[in-house]
Write a protein that binds this ligand. Sequence first.
Ligand code: IPM
Ligand code: MN
Length: 381
Amino acid sequence: MKAFPTLLDLPIYLRSIQLTDFKIIYAPGDGIGPEVIEQSSRILAAIGDRFGHRFSGDYVPVGADSIEQFGTELTSDTIDKCLASDSVLLGACGIAGGAAVKGRHPELAVLGLRREMQLWTNLRPMKVYDSLLDASPVKRDRLEDVDMLVLRELTGGIYFAQPKERRIVDGERAAVDTLLYKESEVRRIVRRAFELAGDRRKHVTSVDKNNVLESSRFWREIAEDVASDFPDVQLEHVLVDAFAMRLVLSPRDFDVVVTKNMFGDIITDEMAVLSASLGMMPSASLGNGNKGLYEPIHGAAPDIAGTNQANPIGTILSAAMMLRLSLGLEDEAKAVESAVESALAHGFRTPDIAETKNSAVGTTEMGDVIAQNIISPPVTK
Ligand code: IPM
Ligand code: MN
């Protein structure tokens, strides 16, 4: 805007000062979910104050919380509200040991939302903050400058394909899950990986189990085919067992990684260890449009629920991804990320990333510092 707006500039000026209202659905869920969601909603409120937006949130039950109240882990009302929102921020679903609640599995709420919202891409970025280089069990010289992005296929493969059932085989009890991928499912996720790699270091690693699984041989074939449309991006195939090893030995090898649903689930927990803690890791799930589901990759951690020990950063960084990818608010996303970085650089640590228990701050205190960093210049410890 010019220093002295003319009358002609008035409509543009008025639009720029209008409050934009974003409809966010908060799905806190179980265990530490409500605590980390509470901090993230405070962070969004701080962003709203600073940048002039409103994030009008509606809360919905999911997981064990929903089973207790409504007898199902995901009600149709929750699904409808999520579908009608601009985006969804989810905490975690599940109880200790992955057990059932009243005969139902709380985790199915997450899978149901992914399927209902048709979110076939899961983005799990990972970088190691300088201030946390020594907090990871992996040696610092392997972690410096690591910056990778995993694309996990999210609505297909062994998580969803049918049949998925109990049956009798050779006269005894048996169970079956089906690992099936359709060409269109492989093609779209691999294509998205190449598109994203184009803006990064132009390297795609496709992780499969080509030496054993027919579905992996198929995946590799399609990946090769997609790669021919992106001559300036390099494609490397790595078997999942070898990848598990290389991820620890030389994580700098990887830029964009694309893989199927279950491999993606497993390797991203391993990747989180490099970043110092599962509590640090955000994720975004997207489909064809802008609407997304954002959640930390950690679970409900019932053992520490309600004790103010959970690390809210994974969820707060998920909210940052939501600002960037679903709401188109890049500056706001950067403001959240630098507020987190500065809190860490000033030594604030939740117990999962602290050197000693005594030096740790709680969930709410971490939220306080990050919110404060958004509203005004960083505070020091
Ligand atoms: C994840 C979780 C979920 C998954 C569970 C809770 C269903 O582990 O998002 O990584 O397996 O996808
Ligand atoms: Mn997982």
